[in-house]
Design a protein around this ligand. Structure first.
Ligand SMILES: Cc1cc2nc3c(=O)[nH]c(=O)nc-3n(C[C@H](O)[C@H](O)[C@H](O)COP(=O)(O)O)c2cc1C
Length: 236
């Protein structure tokens, strides 16, 4: 076992341990608007955190002791759009990560197309397969750096055609998201996927699985037998 007492580690070391261990991380490409114009930047300290209402969070570190443009803008206009980063837009996303001075419009610098949002003022990015228009719920300042944890309510969902079916099932293969690995520009795709059926346990016994997963029956159903242990006999 390799182990560390956090009290003995500096912030940079703890950062390395965190980002090397929590992988892959989804990437939010966030657009905001402020008095200096629109802004776009990626954040991988990002996730969904609830669904009533739909809520997302991302966390922004300081840059040289002052707020990054995303935070400066959210303090002016407490609205933003979170875009899921697909393989097709990864290089443009990377341009948005450049530490441009405030006032540089990364949406234009990256060659993205800005579209008006429906319910918030910041623009959204046409090329992103998924865009969540959000209103700020809470801004939490945490830690010594400090980090600004942005929590938003999703007020409008956008998807490219064909990603969501009539039952609201989302085809993640059509989103084709990339995930962030540790430093030095590490990323991953979701080209190796499997499903593991949930075994419901009710009233002291295993119930029949809701849905039998058929290996080889489709892209998302294509699970390898090694990934799924056989179901035990159902006892009633
Ligand atoms: C994939 C990726 C993920 C990133 N995740 C974060 C993050 O979670 N928090 C953060 O503060 N910066 C993160 N960054 C760095 C910011 O994107 C970068 O500092 C950016 O210039 C901030 O832009 P802004 O000043 O326009 O807000 C990430 C960069 C990349 C490429």
């Amino acid at each position: 076992m390799t182990e560390f007492d956090a009290d003995t580690l500096d912030a940079q070391t703890q950062y390395k341990l965190l980002i090397g261990s929590i992988t892959p991380r989804p990437i939010a490409l966030v657009t905001t608007l402020g008095s200096h114009g629109p802004n776009a930047a990626p954040f991988s300290f990002f996730n969904g955190i609830g669904s009533d209402p739909a809520m997302v969070m991302f966390s922004v570190g300081a840059r040289g002791g002052s707020a990054k443009d995303t935070i400066a803008n959210i303090l002016e206009i407490p609205e933003f759009v979170v875009h899921i980063v697909s393989d097709a837009i990864k290089e443009k996303m990377n341009v948005c990560a450049i530490d441009y001075p405030r006032g540089v419009n990364e949406i234009a610098e990256a060659g993205f197309t800005a579209l008006p949002s429906k319910k918030v003022r910041p623009p959204r990015i046409a090329e992103a397969p998924v865009a969540f228009e959000c209103r700020l719920l809470q801004l939490l300042e945490l830690g010594r750096a400090p980090y600004q944890v942005v929590i938003g309510e999703v007020v409008y969902f956008h998807y490219h055609e064909g990603i969501v079916d009539e039952k609201f099932h989302v085809d993640v293969g059509k989103i084709d998201p990339i995930g962030r690995l540790a430093g030095r520009g590490g990323y991953t795709r979701i080209t190796d996927r499997f499903e593991m059926a949930h075994r419901p346990f009710r009233n002291g016994a295993f119930a029949a699985p809701r849905e039998q997963v058929e290996p080889g029956s489709g892209k998302m159903r294509d699970i390898s037998p090694r990934a799924v242990p056989p179901f035990p006999a159902v006892t009633k």
